[in-house]
Design a protein around this ligand. Structure first.
Ligand code: UAG
Ligand code: ATP
Ligand code: API
Ligand code: MG
Length: 483
């Protein structure tokens, strides 16, 4: 592909060298450069990619796309100075891969919690409705029926567009993706052509990265601000920032709600352990999901399905057949008659929601034992809050490890315990080894009790000092149950 064809729509400040050059690839990581390619220098969180320009040139890069002032003395190299190299990387990646998002009906889901659930259920809905579809999610990526390993909730722009191109090649009509706040802020989604955007909710998380809730909100809102007028923007108006998201969008605005009038309105009729009876836009149905928060997710799925032109009644029929996503409220029953629930709640709000959902179906029969930890090198301020919420809504809490990364596991647990007073500490155990924590919970549980094992959900590893050791909450539970 010619360099000049990749620069369409990019804010170029200055070009030095030949723009008619044929390039063999594009790369944002100098270590992966192949001869004849264009290296895009990104200002990262850890390091500045501009420092690696010489490494890229050593490996044969022919073009350097940069945002900062750099040495442009090499005659044989083309230097392209752009206003914003992260934005350029996104747009260049879309062009390099043949603008795949323009050939798909692409819907992005953003929000603190519920992205994986909503995006995955949309993917399943459209497949069940007879369409070919793709999915980019925290748990896994799918190109029609083929699964690919996911490293991020929203991949970097090169991997992202490569996956979308695979979807186009496989004949997919629809693609559903999670849009994380990190991805919006780092412009991983620049250049993508969305047909719809969904906002689930915003509550505290990621303050290590965004610093303040206002900045976090701003990042999420940017996704909607950049949607085109041809797209739909579907928001949860029961969230206090639901309408803020749509303030400046050009997209067509739609709402969903359980509490107030909205384009897509749900009423909860009855809750039980295996599911919930609901009414969506006055039509009754039974769904196989527990928890009010899942009614929100399903309503978003229903709304988006209808907004994408599908028949509402058919959508409701499929909705009643959908099953929970891997590691989200996954229920395992012990031979002794207690229940273990593995869930991915890793924010204060998610933990509160999932515990409330458990209480709603327990109706005071049986105790709740919660095993929970907090991730290392992530928002520290959520640690004491999560511990307090766990204690408030459980009879017994075991604080343990959840991906300590480069922090000391005991120090993370101490940060959590710092949120508890002496009274609260009386019903709390601190057990660093997660397997031991789960075993202890199982020893304490009696018939009718529920053990919530929160934070890791589908994850099959424990990340310690950069090494991912195999660890799966569900596997541990199944072993204890003798399965
Ligand atoms: C904090 C964060 O988001 N970091 C992401 C970011 O990395 P970075 O900015 O730190 O990159 P860097 O190491 O500073 O390097 C800057 C540039 O120099 C380049 N470089 C670097 C070294 C070198 O030798 N040569 C070279 O060219 C790098 O390739 C990069 O282009 O850009 C990378 C490429 O896109 C990501 O892989 C990386 O994700 C890290 C691993 C991560 O853990 N991210 C998490 C927090 C994340 O993104 N999470 C969200 C979900 C959150 C949620 O909603 O729950 C997600 O979307 O997954
Ligand atoms: N709509 C919702 N509102 C609040 N909490 C929710 C909602 N949906 C799911 N949860 C809780 O959040 C957890 C994570 O859900 P999910 O994986 O769908 O969210 P996510 O937004 O994809 O998370 P991540 O940011 O890690 O990608 C669930 O296990 C559940 O405890
Ligand atoms: N996308 C989230 C997932 C957190 C999951 C939890 N198990 C942890 O490791 O903190 C993050 O990277 O912050
Ligand atoms: Mg997710």
């Amino acid at each position: 592909m010619k360099l000049k064809d990749l620069l369409k729509g990019i804010d170029v400040v200055e070009i030095k060298g030949n723009e008619n050059l044929e390039i063999t690839g594009i790369q944002t990581d100098s270590r992966k450069v192949i001869a004849g390619s264009a290296f895009i220098a990104l200002k990262g969180v850890q390091v500045d990619g501009h420092q690696y320009i010489n490494n890229a040139l050593d490996l044969g890069a022919k073009v350097v796309i940069h945002q900062e002032k750099v040495d442009t003395s090499k005659e044989e190299i083309t230097y392209v100075k752009v206003k914003d190299s992260a934005d350029a990387a996104g747009k260049i990646a879309t062009l390099w891969y043949g603008d795949p998002s323009a050939k798909l009906k692409l819907v992005g889901v953003t929000g603190t919690n519920g992205k994986t659930t909503t995006a995955t259920l949309l993917y399943e809905m459209f497949r069940k409705l007879g369409h070919k579809a793709g999915l980019l999610s925290t748990v896994a990526n799918y190109v029609d029926g083929t699964v690919y390993h996911a490293t991020h909730t929203t991949p970097d722009p090169l991997s992202l567009n490569e996956m979308l191109a695979k979807m186009v090649n496989a004949g997919c009509e629809y693609a559903f993706m999670e849009v994380s706040s990190h991805a919006i802020h780092q412009k991983r989604i620049s250049g993508l052509k969305f047909d719809g955007g969904i906002f689930t909710n915003i509550t505290q998380d990621h303050l290590d990265y965004h610093k303040t809730m206002a900045e976090y909100l701003k990042a999420k809102k940017m996704f909607f601000d950049n949607l085109p007028e041809t797209a739909f923007a579907l928001t949860n108006v029961d969230d206090k920032n639901g309408s803020v998201m749509l303030q400046n969008t050009k997209a067509k605005k739609y709402t969903y709600s359980v509490k107030t009038l909205a384009d897509f309105k749900a009423k909860i009729i009855e809750k039980h352990f295996d599911g919930t009876a609901v009414e969506f836009n006055n039509k009754e149905l039974q769904v196989q999901f527990v928890g009010v928060f899942n009614v929100y997710n399903l309503l978003a799925v229903y709304g988006a399905t209808v907004l994408l032109g599908q028949d509402p009644d058919e959508a409701l029929l499929v909705l009643s057949t959908l099953k929970p996503v891997s590691g989200r409220f996954e229920t395992l029953r012990s031979p002794e008659g207690y229940t273990a629930i593995v869930d991915y709640a890793h924010t204060p709000d998610a933990l509160t929601n999932v515990l409330e959902a458990i209480h709603e179906v327990l109706e005071g029969n049986g105790r709740v034992i919660t095993v929970v930890g907090c991730g290392g090198n992530r928002d520290k301020t959520k640690r004491p809050i999560m511990a307090r919420e766990a204690v408030r809504l459980s009879d017994q809490v075991i604080l343990t490890s959840d991906n300590p990364r480069f922090e000391e596991p005991q120090a993370i647990i101490n940060d959590m315990a710092d949120g508890l007073n002496n009274q609260q500490l009386k019903k709390t155990l601190l057990i660093v080894e997660r397997e031991q924590a789960i075993k202890t919970a199982c020893t304490l549980a009696k018939e009718g009790d529920v053990i919530l094992i929160a934070g890791k959900g589908h994850e099959d590893y424990q990340d310690v000092k950069g090494v991912k050791h195999h660890f799966d909450d569900r596997e541990v539970v199944r072993n204890i149950f003798g399965e």
